[in-house]
Design a protein around this ligand. Structure first.
Ligand code: MN
Length: 716
């Protein structure tokens, strides 16, 4: 275990002015607080916070962060209190420890809803002060390093959470090495087999190619030195996880991976980066499409470098990153390389793009998306790397990888997104949903009076676009319902022989308990409010004549809009002015639990609640209408139902089936047969029955017949 003076020395090495007494106080305080507590490994618990602090010294964070790391588990796991820590170490450290205590209990891989909510809490806690996030990441890294001592199910859970949340967060904060290690440790725990195979292959390949790596290294060094750009060359092997991801993403085998080895060239100045690139490209042919300039367009986490791939010595593909020492520090320490992360609220922090991302994400929280939606967006944005595109005016728009012109349009402005009808990508008309590539220039073609199609929602990858599309389609659906509601009301007032106008409706708003005319119209259109109630709301002393009362109250809907004829379906809960029909495949019978689906302009379709077709309307809760059977009105009538049977292929099978249905006074409307195998035929029977009890009796009798192998109700 690390000694007290070790810790102080590690900090002093990069921060000679650090408060030694403070560090010593923290060490002793944690030692006393944790006492004889042990970790699952059997080590003294104190070893954990000290290792976490040690990880952070590698990022060269300030003494307050180190102290918070040493204390990070005291409030949650020992008798120590926040008040005491505030008193002894001051409120700056106290609030760091408080943030860490708050997120300690968050379970980020629980049920989707709770996961979203917990992730929100996590981000809110770390947004107060980014140092909380740094300590949390170091805490997770040490826990991952010592995960082997945990029971298997817990191990998996923690590893999944690490892969889903913490590794991407470390990447987003620019702490690449930490991200790599977190991913690799998680991968090893989640998919031990794949991890083992890839590691083994890497070892073999490494053993075979020792000389190649050395050859490339010295060739690069020599070329650059003779051209006057002295560079440090570092060979870099990819991690098993990054190789796995590449294999998964491109569906290729290990053998097909061409660039397992990469090299980093570290030079003195930005100018030397570009000169070095020129030298490399002159010496060896560049692989087309692999050059990326993250110096003129740094990543969102401030990462800057030139990337290229060349066909190097021995015709091997060699991946190169060229950067300055300063860029190397940002790549290594990420957000911790900025001396600015101390105070989230201070203007200085705005220097860091990683911090800006966190701010924006936290702002998204305030927009009131549901936690699940929020998680979905954030996760997507965490996982995707980004692409950089430009408006015709040269404005840079950064999108998550996979983003398309619709995302682009909404990133420019919500109005641009809502009115987009096409896109010119690099001067050519292209489909809106084409995935954009780095450097694409995108011009959005707009038309007024457009509403984005609801289907766009599933085509975009940015949270901003998705939320805006949802808002716009909601507004347009509402307009449709209001239009339908107006038609219904006009007819209802006409039937009551009462004048109808917006003015009259406005006067009745308090009685109808609605805030606006549009609210009333939409409610009627959606079937939430009956037209008869609105007529009475406007003319309180209006008394319906008998026929109308029946139509209004019993809500006996009709299959046409002109009168309640004998064909009216005995369903309650639907405005009498709406057309009602059964779902086309299978129908419904009294006794079924049913639901109505409203289609503006077409009326209401009745589905049994178990119908699979209902899944299509999951995203339109406003179209669902509560309905129920009108038992009295339906008495003695027949209703459509469909059965699917497997019948054994032998003479007389079909006759047996028909006989059962006839014996039970069921009407066969239609029979179709489809021979599946030499032994069985699939028979679909459309029949009409009085109710569910009637249908169930027929089904159980059919099941008892030797010629019938299987009977299922079909409900669309
Ligand atoms: Mn801990």
């Amino acid at each position: 275990m690390m000694r007290q003076y070790d810790l102080v020395e590690r900090v002093k090495r990069y921060d000679p002015g650090a408060d030694e007494a403070l560090l010593n106080r923290a060490y002793v305080y944690a030692m006393v607080a944790h006492g004889s507590q042990k970790r699952a490994s059997g080590d003294p618990f104190l070893a954990h916070p000290l290792e976490v602090a040690a990880i952070l010294t590698e990022l060269r964070v300030d003494a307050a962060t180190i102290v918070a790391a040493v204390l990070h588990d005291t409030v949650e796991d020992t008798a120590a209190t926040l008040e005491e820590i505030n008193r002894i170490f001051g409120t700056e450290i106290g609030s760091l420890v408080d943030g860490l205590t708050k997120i300690k209990r968050l379970d980020l891989v629980s049920r989707q809803a709770a996961q979203g909510e917990n992730f929100r809490k996590l981000l809110l806690a770390v947004a107060e002060d980014l140092r909380v996030l740094l300590v949390k990441l170091a805490d997770r890294l040490h826990n991952m390093r010592t995960l082997g001592f945990m029971p298997a199910d817990k191990r998996r859970r923690i590893a999944q959470e690490t892969l889903d949340i913490y590794a991407p967060l470390a990447g987003r904060m620019g702490i690449q090495e930490m991200r790599d290690e977190l991913e690799d440790l998680a991968f090893r725990n989640i998919n031990a087999e794949a991890y083992g195979t890839i590691s083994e292959r890497l070892r073999e390949l490494g053993a075979r190619n020792v000389s190649l790596v050395e050859e490339v290294e010295s060739a690069l060094k020599a070329k650059l030195a003779t051209s006057g750009v002295p560079a440090e060359v570092v060979g870099r092997r990819k991690t098993p996880y990054s190789i796995w991801r590449k294999m998964e993403r491109k569906s290729i085998a290990f053998e097909q991976l061409s660039d397992v080895y990469g090299f980093r060239l570290i030079v003195g100045t930005v100018d030397e980066c570009y000169r070095g690139l020129g030298i490399v490209h002159t010496a060896w042919p560049a692989v087309p499409g692999r050059f990326k300039d993250y110096i003129s367009n740094p990543k969102q986490n401030d990462y800057a470098s030139l990337h290229t791939t060349v066909i190097g010595p021995r015709s091997q593909r060699v991946e190169l990153q060229i950067r300055t020492r300063g860029m190397e520090e940002v790549a290594e320490y990420g957000i911790a390389a900025h001396p600015l992360y101390k105070d989230g609220a201070s203007g200085l922090a705005s220097e860091s793009r990683a911090y800006q991302w966190l701010r924006r994400t936290v702002d998204l929280l305030a927009e009131g998306d549901s936690p699940e939606e929020f998680l979905e967006h954030t996760k997507l944005e965490l996982f995707h790397d980004q692409v950089f595109c430009f408006t015709p005016n040269g404005r840079l728009i950064a999108l998550p990888r996979g983003g398309n012109a619709i995302d682009f349009a909404y990133a420019v402005h919500t109005d641009v997104g809502n009115s987009a009808v096409g896109a010119k990508i690099n001067g050519r008309m292209a489909p809106l949903f084409n995935e954009l590539q780095n450097g694409d220039e995108v011009e959005i073609v707009r038309a007024d009076g457009q509403a984005p199609p609801a289907a766009w929602e599933s085509l975009v990858v940015t949270g901003k676009a998705r939320a805006a599309i949802r808002r716009a389609t909601k507004a347009s659906t509402r307009r449709q319902y209001a239009g339908l509601g107006r038609q219904i009301l006009e007819r209802a007032f006409e039937r009551a022989a009462k004048p109808f106008s917006d003015e009259k409706l406005r006067g009745a708003l308090p009685r109808l308990a609605r805030a606006s005319i549009d609210d009333v119209l939409a409610a009627v259109g959606r079937g939430e409010m009956f037209s008869g109630d609105v007529v009475r709301g406007v003319y309180p002393d209006y008394v319906e004549r008998r026929g109308e009362a029946d139509a209004g109250r019993a809500a006996t809907a009709r299959s046409n809009k002109t009168g309640s004829g004998p064909d009216a379906l005995p369903i309650r809960g639907i405005d009498p002015d709406l057309a009602v029909r059964f779902a086309p495949d299978g129908g419904a019978v009294p006794g079924d639990r049913i639901v109505g689906i409203l289609t503006p302009g077409q009326g209401v379709t009745i589905y049994p609640i178990q119908s699979r077709a209902l899944a299509d309307f999951d995203n339109d809760p406003e179209r669902w209408i509560d309905v129920r059977w009108d038992v009295e009105a339906g008495a003695g009538r027949r209703f459509p139902a469909r059965l699917a049977l497997h019948s054994i292929n032998e003479p007389g099978s079909l006759a047996q089936i028909a006989q059962v249905i006839a014996d039970h006074d069921g009407n066969i409307e239609n029979i179709s047969m489809h021979r599946r195998t030499p032994d069985f035929t699939e028979v679909t029977v459309d029949l009409s029955v009085f109710d569910l009890k009637h249908l169930t009796a027929i089904v159980s009798e059919l099941r008892a017949k030797p010629a019938v192998n299987r009977v299922e109700r079909v409900t669309g």
